[in-house]
Design a protein around this ligand. Structure first.
Ligand code: SF4
Length: 190
């Protein structure tokens, strides 16, 4: 059966409740119906998008202890339910078979990843930062004919993440400066 563009629009409008607007199809009613079907009989939990410090509010829909959908929260005063494309994909972040959920370590020179406990990872990071700091700490440099005190660590750099809140950023900057790190950057600014 051949279907003309006119037939197609007519068929879509009558069967799915879509409205034809200026030669195009307004899919809003269809999308609303599909969404309401997906979240039918679910319980909504308030959440916050994990991707950046804007902190857009989300509703996490759960059924049988499983996340079935994540949408913007229309009651949030600063976003009114809107999410950027990244935030809109949060559902895929939560439920993704390729998501690594264990601590994986690859030793220097190795081509293999090994599973390690989180406590071991933290200990390694602390030990390596300490070792590098001790080996690369500079107490003073010569400027002209004067020896000037600088007390800085030149062997470690720090980059903050866009998901940092103001408080986390403040804390991280304090900590890095306390150990002498001068090379600091923020991903949101880069
Ligand atoms: S990534 Fe997008 S949706 Fe998520 S908090 Fe930032 S601006 Fe909001």
């Amino acid at each position: 059966m051949s279907l003309s563009r006119r037939d197609f629009l007519k068929y879509g409008a009558t069967t799915a409740g879509a409205t034809v607007v200026g030669g195009g199809i307004d899919l809003t009613p269809i999308e609303a119906a599909a969404t309401s079907l997906r979240i039918k009989e679910t319980k909504a939990f308030p959440g916050v998008c994990p991707y950046c410090a804007v902190g857009c509010a989300q509703l996490i829909y759960v059924k049988d202890n499983k996340i079935v959908d994540i949408e913007g929260d229309p009651d949030a005063p600063h976003t009114e339910g809107a999410l950027c494309p990244k935030g809109s994909s949060t559902y895929q972040l939560s439920l993704n078979e390729r998501r690594i959920s264990k601590c994986m370590y690859r030793a220097p020179g190795s081509d293999k990843w090994e599973e390690k406990p989180l406590a071991w990872m933290m200990e390694q990071i602390a030990q390596r930062v300490k070792k590098t700091r001790d080996e690369t700490f500079v107490e003073s440099v010569k400027v002209g004919d004067k020896q000037v005190t600088v007390n800085r660590c030149e062997g470690v750099a720090f980059a903050g993440g866009a998901a940092f809140s103001s408080e986390e950023g403040y804390f991280a900057a304090k900590l890095m400066r306390a150990i002498g790190i001068v090379y600091m950057e923020q991903q949101a600014r880069v």
